[in-house]
Design a protein around this ligand. Structure first.
Ligand code: ASP
Length: 582
């Protein structure tokens, strides 16, 4: 038996017990006649004492050879500790050791295994198994497990069945690029790893499973942005015989359940906002509504003077920054530089200080008088003491820029409290999205999303105006889930493929299996998928998902611990009939 107790278990009530513990040496303190060792495992730390007077001499001698991260087993008795440590649950006791076995030695670890570490991310990723020994990482993984359990609880109680779908599938365009796997047995042919189990979960509905979920890995070969992983986990769900309202209710329920079970916060009905409104008031389809700074559109009240920058702009829009009137000239210049960074891309920024005495001071005083500026203040909701920041230009760009500024300012003003939770449904997404690069429409969600019946007529005339039965769940400015009611008949699906620029042959080659299935009594259905990594991170009060993934990839999509991706040898290539032409 390696242990009778864990290192987090023993208390004052265990004093006088004979125990066996196993774990890692966190640290040793050698006072010559007395050696203390902190022994650590997943459950905690227990102090060991080796005492020249009470511990057999060979054991004391061996204890002197212990180094950090040695794995040891000790037998001894639980005694009361002289100087108690109130900070840890085992702080009232220590183990007077009389037997010590070194189970394994350790060379000096390259990172410091303590809660706080100065070690860089790269080195921690390379030695992730050591990083996992640190409480913050270990606790994040345990937390992830708990969230996963609660998800399974809730969905199972609601009658959902977890079904596994295949990882080796067919390459389909779903927005991102596929990861491709060559097939040895089918020369020249390839599988793709799923970007999501989308078509399979729809086929499960055709199969009559009624309510499906799966906590599942998905793979997308996208250009990596900060905090994206090429493989990530979704809570993937689908239901038959449902309308949008049913889906929103069930998954609002799931989110509410998680917030209450895990965070102890109880939230009433989630607010809803149309995509259109979200874009207009926050410049963003995943607005953080924990704070205000709503957009005020200023076209009508700015485009009547000689100020050409505004007169020629498609959109003039501003936000009120609470307390911003006190910013110095230098601080405002810095803010202007910030919006002009290439990552944001604004050409400039007009500002208005709303003075405490009710007057206004703007960077465009030459063009606008106090009455004009009072209207700007009204439109942006600015109060005395605030600063109005105004951007102008083409609608989409300006919205994105002002939204970036809004988030940045909220961060600086500490308005994004991680312990506050503000969920929001964004509904009525457009069905199609114009892509400048390919000069054609793409499905905004995916090609299986159903248009709103009342908008179908617009498909031929104004495709960009067609709304979909598609929805996102947003939490604190992050999209945590998204889904749609699906098309469930062959004709509508064919019409959709046609609008997406597929020839009937292409549609058949790629999605024939789905269209065939729709001919055998496909029920109306819809679903949603949550980004599990992100959800866990937000519930854990953090925004980086990497901390909640046991073995994450770095920003270039590499696993630097196992060194992947890597070359494969010629034999393997030959077997796969792949010739590299580098
Ligand atoms: N398959 C979609 C996604 O991965 C989610 C859904 O429509 O259910 O985003």
């Amino acid at each position: 038996m390696y242990r009778s107790h864990s290192c987090g278990e023993l208390r004052a009530s265990d004093i006088k017990k004979e125990v066996t513990l196993s774990g890692w040496v966190q640290k040793t303190r050698d006072k010559g006649f007395m050696i203390w060792v902190d022994l650590r495992d997943r459950y905690g730390i227990t102090q060991l004492i080796f005492d020249e007077e009470r511990t057999p001499a060979p054991v004391v001698k061996k204890a002197k050879t212990l180094g950090r991260e040695f794995v040891i087993q000790v037998k001894g008795s639980v005694i009361e500790r002289e100087s108690k440590n109130q900070n840890i649950p085992t702080g009232e006791i220590e183990i007077l050791v009389n037997e010590l076995t070194i189970l394994n030695e350790s060379i000096v670890p390259p990172i410091i295994i303590e809660d706080q570490t100065d070690d860089g991310e790269d080195i921690r990723m390379k030695y992730r198994y050591l990083d996992i020994r640190r409480n913050p990482v270990k606790n994040s993984l345990i937390f992830r497990h708990q969230v996963g359990m609660q998800v399974r609880n809730y969905l199972s109680n609601e009658g959902f069945i977890e079904v596994e779908t295949p990882y080796l599938i067919k390459s389909t365009p779903e927005g991102a690029r596929d990861f491709i796997v060559p097939s040895r047995m089918n020369e020249g042919q390839f599988y793709a790893l799923p970007q999501s189990p989308q078509t399979f979960k729809q086929l499960l509905m055709v199969g009559g499973m009624d309510k499906y979920f799966q906590i599942v890995k998905c793979f997308r070969d996208e250009d990596l942005r900060a905090d994206r992983q090429p493989e990530f986990t979704q809570i993937d769900c689908e239901m038959a015989f449902v309308e949008q309202e049913d889906i929103l209710n069930i998954f609002e329920g799931l989110t509410r359940y998680l917030l209450s079970e895990i965070k102890g916060v109880n939230i009433g009905d989630f607010p809803r906002m149309t995509y259109e409104e979200a874009m207009r008031t926050y410049g963003n389809d995943k607005p953080d509504i924990r704070f205000g700074m709503k957009f005020g559109e200023l076209n009508d009240i700015t485009q009547h003077k000689e100020f050409n920058v505004f007169n020629t702009a498609e959109l003039v829009v501003g936000i009120a920054v609470p307390g911003g009137a006190s910013y110095t000239r230098k601080e405002i210049d810095k803010l202007i530089d910030w919006v002009k960074r290439p990552q944001v891309g604004a050409l400039g920024m007009v500002y208005v200080k709303c003075n405490e005495d009710g007057t206004y001071k703007s960077s465009v005083d030459k063009f606008y008088d106090q009455d004009d500026l009072a209207k700007w203040a009204e439109a942006t909701g600015a109060k005395a003491g605030d600063l109005i920041c105004v951007l102008s230009g083409s609608t989409n760009k300006v919205r994105a820029q002002l939204s970036a500024l809004r988030m940045e300012l909220a961060e600086r003003l500490e308005l994004r409290n991680p312990e506050e939770f503000a969920p929001l449904w964004v509904v009525d997404f457009p069905l199609l999205e114009w892509d400048e690069e390919t000069e054609r429409y793409h499905a905004m969600h995916h090609p299986f999303t159903s248009p709103k019946p009342e908008d179908i007529a617009l498909l031929d005339t104004k495709p960009g105006d067609v709304r979909a039965n598609a929805y996102d769940l947003v939490l604190n400015g992050n999209e945590i889930g998204g889904g749609s009611i699906r098309i469930h008949n062959k004709e509508t699906q064919a019409l959709m493929f046609n609008h997406l620029g597929f020839t009937p042959e292409e549609a058949r080659a790629q999605f024939g299996f789905l269209m065939d299935a729709f001919q055998y009594g496909a029920p109306p259905h819809g679903g949603i998928a949550f980004g599990f990594d992100r959800l866990v991170a937000i519930l854990g009060g953090q925004e980086t998902i990497r901390d909640f993934i046991a073995f994450p990839k770095n920003n270039s999509g590499r696993d630097i611990m196992i060194d992947a991706p890597s070359n494969i040898d010629n034999e393997q290539l030959k077997e796969l009939n792949i010739k590299l032409d580098l």
